[in-house]
Design a binder for this molecule. Structure first.
Ligand code: ARG
Ligand code: ZN
Length: 435
C-alpha cells in the first residue's frame, strides 16, 4: 500500500534526536474497522488531523491502519470507543518495533554479522542499503555478462542512478515478449525491493532451474524505483513514502512549504504518472504523503520509467511491487469501470495467486483497487495499461496483512520472495504463449 495522509506542522513527529532521525517513540498504530457508513464518514473526517496518518482510506467493513502520535493516542481511543468504532492496537511503541526489524546482529549468536566472504554484500536475511543493492546488480552483470545488462535510465532528484536490469538470452533480437517489474516506488515498503532482488537472483544465479521463463521472455527489473526515498527511510524517517525532490513551491497555497515542514517535500511517485493525473485518491497538498506533484511526470523517477517503458517493444506485462496487504490489484485504479481485457487479467491473476498460495499457504485477494482498497489516480499500473498499452498490468501488495506491516522482519524476505516468484512465473509463462 499504502495510502496515508499527513499534515501536521504542529505534531511532535518531527522532533528528532541528535542524529536527526525521526523518532517514533510511543507512536501507536491502531487498526480500525468501521461497520457502518456513518462510522466510515467519521473516520474520513479525521484525515489530515495533525498527529494522525491514515495508511489506507477508511472503507466500510474493511480495516484501516492509522499511525497515531503519542499525545493523541489516548484521546483517539476514547473517540473511537465513543463512536462505537472497533479497533485493535497493532503497536504501542513503533520506535521499539523499528529497532527490532533490521538488526545488524545475528539473531542466533547475538554477534555482529560478519562481512561475508562472497562477492556481494546481500544476505537475504535483512534489508540492505542502496549501495549494497547497486553492488549486487554489478555482481550479477559481471557474473553473467551474456545474460544480464545493466541500464541506467536516469537520475533521481538527489542524483542517484536509476537502474534497470535486463535479462535476455538474445540481446540483439528483441521479438520476445517482455515483462517489466519495478519495486520500491514507496520508500518505506522495504520488502518490495528485497523481493525484486530475490527474483533477480533466481533468474540469473539459478538460470538453469528457471531457464524456461528466462529463455522465452525478456525481463526488465528495476529493484529500486525511488532510491532517495528508500535511503531516507534508512537514515531519517522510517515511514517516508514519497520521493525526495526538494522544491519550493511558493505558488501553491501561497506558502513555501519546504521551509516550514520537511514533509512538504517529495511527491508520491504512484500518483505522478500522466494518466488521469490528479483525479480521485491523489492529493494536491504538498505536505501529504499522496501528493501528486505540481504536474504529471514532475519527478525524474517517474519520467525515466515512463520514457524507458515506451521505448521497449513487446512489453506484455507490467508489475509494480508494493506492500502491505497481500493483494493482487488490476486496473483500473482511477475508476470503478472495468478495464479492457478484464477477464484475461482476472484469469491470469487468479492463477498467479494460486501458485503463490501453494508455496507457503499465503492468501492474496484479487480485484481492482477501488473494489478492494480505494481509488487512486496517476498510478503506474493504470498508466502502463492505459497509455503504454501493456495488457497485463498489476500492482502487487506484498506481505503481510498488518502484523508487522511496513516493518516486516528480514526473515520473511526469502519466503515472500519464493511465493511471489512463483506467481510472477505464471504471468511470464502466460505471456510467453503469446496471449
Ligand atoms: N497502495 C497503492 C497506492 O496507494 C495502491 C495502488 C493501486 N493502483 C491503483 N491504480 N489504484 O499507491
Ligand atoms: Zn506502495
Amino acid at each position: 500500500m499504502i495510502f496515508g495522509y499527513f499534515y501536521n506542522p504542529g505534531s511532535k513527529r518531527r522532533s528528532t534526536d541528535r542524529s536527526e532521525r525521526v523518532s517514533y517513540k510511543n507512536y501507536q498504530v491502531l487498526r480500525v474497522r468501521p461497520s457502518t457508513q456513518e462510522a466510515r464518514d467519521e473516520l474520513q473526517n479525521l484525515i489530515g488531523e495533525p498527529g494522525l496518518e491514515f495508511w489506507s482510506l477508511p472503507m466500510k467493513n474493511r480495516t484501516t491502519d492509522i499511525l497515531v502520535s503519542p499525545d493523541l493516542a489516548e484521546y483517539m481511543k476514547e473517540y473511537l470507543a465513543d463512536k462505537d468504532i472497533g479497533f485493535t492496537v497493532l503497536s504501542n511503541n513503533l520506535e521499539m518495533d523499528i529497532k527490532k526489524q533490521n538488526p545488524k546482529t545475528s539473531k542466533f549468536t547475538g554477534r555482529l554479522e560478519e562481512k561475508s566472504a562472497r562477492a556481494h554484500p546481500l544476505t537475504w536475511a535483512r534489508y540492505h542499503r542502496a549501495k549494497d543493492i547497486d553492488a549486487y546488480l554489478e555482481y550479477l552483470a559481471a557474473l553473467e555478462p551474456k545474460l544480464v545488462s545493466l541500464i541506467t535510465i536516469g537520475k533521481s532528484s538527489e542524483g542517484r542512478p536509476l537502474k534497470v536490469v535486463k535479462i535476455s538470452t538474445n540481446k540483439k533480437r528483441s521479438e520476445k515478449p517482455g515483462i517489466w517489474i519495478d519495486a520500491g516506488m514507496h520508500g518505506r515498503e522495504w520488502i518490495a525491493p528485497a523481493v525484486a532482488l530475490f527474483m533477480l537472483k533466481q533468474l540469473v544465479e539459478n538460470y538453469s532451474t528457471n531457464r524456461a521463463v528466462v529463455d522465452s521472455v525478456d525481463w526488465y527489473i528495476m529493484p529500486l524505483a525511488n532510491p532517495d526515498g528508500y535511503e531516507y527511510t534508512h537514515n531519517t524517517d522510517r515511514f517516508w513514502r514519497k520521493s525526495r525532490s526538494k522544491k519550493n513551491r511558493p505558488h501553491e497555497m501561497g506558502r513555501i512549504f519546504w521551509d516550514e515542514d520537511e514533509r512538504c517535500g517529495g511527491v508520491d511517485l504512484n500518483r505522478n504518472f500522466d494518466f488521469h493525473w490528479g483525479e480521485a485518491g491523489a492529493s494536491d497538498n504538498a505536505c501529504g504523503p499522496t501528493y501528486a506533484g505540481p504536474r504529471p511526470f514532475s519527478e525524474p523517477e517517474t519520467k525515466a520509467i515512463a520514457d524507458f517503458i515506451l521505448e521497449q517493444e513487446g512489453l506484455k506485462a507490467y508489475l509494480t511491487l508494493h506492500s502491505y496487504s497481500q493483494m493482487w490489484l488490476l486496473p483500473w485504479g482511477y475508476t470503478r469501470q472495468i478495464a479492457k481485457d478484464h477477464d484475461d487479467l482476472m484469469y491470469v491473476g487468479r492463477r498467479a495467486i494460486e501458485a503463490l498460495q501453494k508455496v507457503h499457504g499465503t492468501i492474496y485477494k484479487i480485484g481492482s483497487s477501488p473494489s478492494l482498497l480505494y481509488p487512486t489516480s496517476g498510478s503506474s499500473d493504470d498508466w502502463a495499461k492505459g497509455r503504454a498499452g501493456i495488457k497485463y498490468s498489476y500492482t502487487v501488495e506484498l506481505r503481510d496483512r498488518g502484523t508487522y506491516g511496513f516493518l516486516l522482519p528480514g526473515s520473511q524476505i526469502v519466503p515472500t520472495g519464493r511465493e511471489t516468484f512463483a506467481a510472477v512465473k505464471v504471468i511470464a509463462k502466460h505471456i510467453a504463449k503469446g496471449t
